[in-house]
Design a protein around this ligand. Structure first.
Ligand code: F6P
Ligand code: MN
Length: 430
């Protein structure tokens, strides 16, 4: 809950903010694309499920149009009613928000940006869940699949680079730092910030690393390396809270493989989303589709990595999770109370990588912190294990910067907080 000790959460209350731009323009654009995709799917649905299938698509398009109108005209947000296991969690927050506003329900331009944006994706899923035949329909699937296909050259470049790196045997600080940066910059490829416009990796993921170094505003990679070296004689568990499908997922799987093959860790837990989320976030079907695509690739090296990684899943060295907490509106300071089982699970980790901008926004509560606020303070008590955020900036929230860094960059590039050009590698020890 809000506390007067902490700054306010970002909100579209204030015109001219990125939250306002997102809620006023970008979310309706994303929703319109979902409505079109749903409408186009009705012929396929009729083929598969007859009249009922076509009716499902019409009903879903109707639900989505009502949602878009509700957001655009700042109407009160309605309770979720689809019987999913997280329904009560969502409606409890809606009731609490209403109470804190003297009985006035939250709406798009008055509630927190984080709540409204997460609510939109949950409501899209509510419409899907209420259908008879569309429960596995993912309106973002085509975009996520195209994202992988159009990154093919980058996949091949990176797979060759990983093969060369692994041939050198044990990891050193340089090879570790490099594979971290590749996963970090993989986060530029996200379809939410591009409002669904194709945003795949076109250039080599390795060649620009040197040039991109100055764009990393906080770089704690050495602290992460030291943590790993301090435990080098015991089996370590790595957790990666995944973000986007497509090229970013491939960079994360390369990171996981590197950490295992060089024996920096002995097991990897990968966390993806329980429903379609923020356009390009990885779901279970995206994850397994991606591995299958790699295995089936004519490129022998990609195919060998796909097979190797599917074996890791089969023999339990890689474990996948899809806890519902990651697709709620809660920030991570609330995890211990809202999802104590997940928090407990994460306490078994020796190092957690959290990928991307939305995870970062939730780590720091999406609040209007001063940019020099210490990172640990902004975490609000979230620390199940040592963790490191690997994030490109796509929202106007950041903490832990040195004094003056923000003003210097702002002068050069006013869009620096939302363009995805800058990044942080931000570590917090347990
Ligand atoms: O995939 P990522 O890196 O979490 O980025 C998703 C981003 O899309 C946005 O919501 C923009 O709408 C960001 O603010 C958000 O965090
Ligand atoms: Mn994402």
């Amino acid at each position: 809950m809000e506390s007067n000790l902490m700054p306010e959460r970002l909100s579209a209350k204030k015109k001219g903010t990125f939250a306002f731009k997102t809620i006023a323009d970008r979310l309706p654009t994303i929703l319109t694309k979902v409505i079109d995709t749903t409408y186009q799917y009705r012929l396929k649905a009729a083929e598969l499920y007859g009249e009922e299938g076509a009716n499902d698509c019409k009903a879903l398009a109707g639900h989505l149009s009502k949602l878009r109108n509700c957001l655009q005209t700042d109407k009160p947000l309605e309770e979720i009613g689809d019987g999913r296991d997280d329904e009560e969690m969502w409606n409890k927050v809606l009731r609490e928000e209403t109470e804190t506003r003297d009985g006035v329900p939250p709406s798009a331009f008055t509630a927190s940006w984080l709540y409204v944006e997460c609510y939109m994706y949950r409501s899209i899923n509510e419409g899907i869940r209420k259908s008879q035949h569309l429960r596995d329909f993912d309106p973002f699937r085509n975009q996520k699949e195209q994202a992988l296909e159009t990154s093919r050259d980058a996949l091949i470049t990176l797979s060759l680079h990983l093969q060369e790196t692994l041939k050198k045997g044990a990891a050193n600080f340089e090879s570790f730092s490099e594979v971290i940066q590749i996963s970090l910059w993989g986060n530029k490829c996200d379809l939410s910030i591009s409002a669904g416009v194709e945003n795949s990796q076109k250039i080599s993921p390795v060649e620009p690393l040197q040039r991109l170094r100055p764009y990393i505003l906080v770089n704690h990679v050495e602290q992460v390396w030291k943590l790993l070296q301090s435990h080098s004689n015991k089996p370590l568990r790595l957790d990666i809270i995944l973000d986007n499908a497509g090229f970013e997922l491939f960079t994360d799987l390369c990171l996981a493989d590197f950490m295992m093959s060089t024996s920096l860790v002995t097991s990897v837990h990968l966390h993806y989303k329980a429903m379609p989320w923020f356009v390009s976030d990885v779901t279970a079907s995206d994850f397994h589709w991606t591995l299958q695509q790699l295995s089936d690739s004519e490129d022998k090296l990609l195919s060998s990595f796909g097979n190797k990684w599917r074996d890791y899943l089969k023999n339990g060295r890689w474990i996948v999770h899809d806890h519902p907490f990651w697709t709620t509106c809660h920030d991570f300071s609330e995890m211990k109370s809202v999802s104590p089982d997940l928090y407990k699970e994460l306490t078994h980790s020796d190092l957690i990588f959290l990928k991307g901008d939305l995870n970062y926004r939730k780590l720091v509560g999406d609040r209007e912190w001063s940019h020099t606020e210490p990172y640990e303070r902004a975490l609000g008590g979230f620390n199940p294990a040592p963790h490191c955020a690997l994030r490109t900036l796509k929202a106007d929230v950041v903490v832990g910067l040195q004094e003056g860094v923000d003003a210097k960059i702002e002068a050069r590039n006013p869009e620096w907080m939302v363009s995805g050009e800058y990044a942080v590698i931000q570590f917090s020890a347990k």
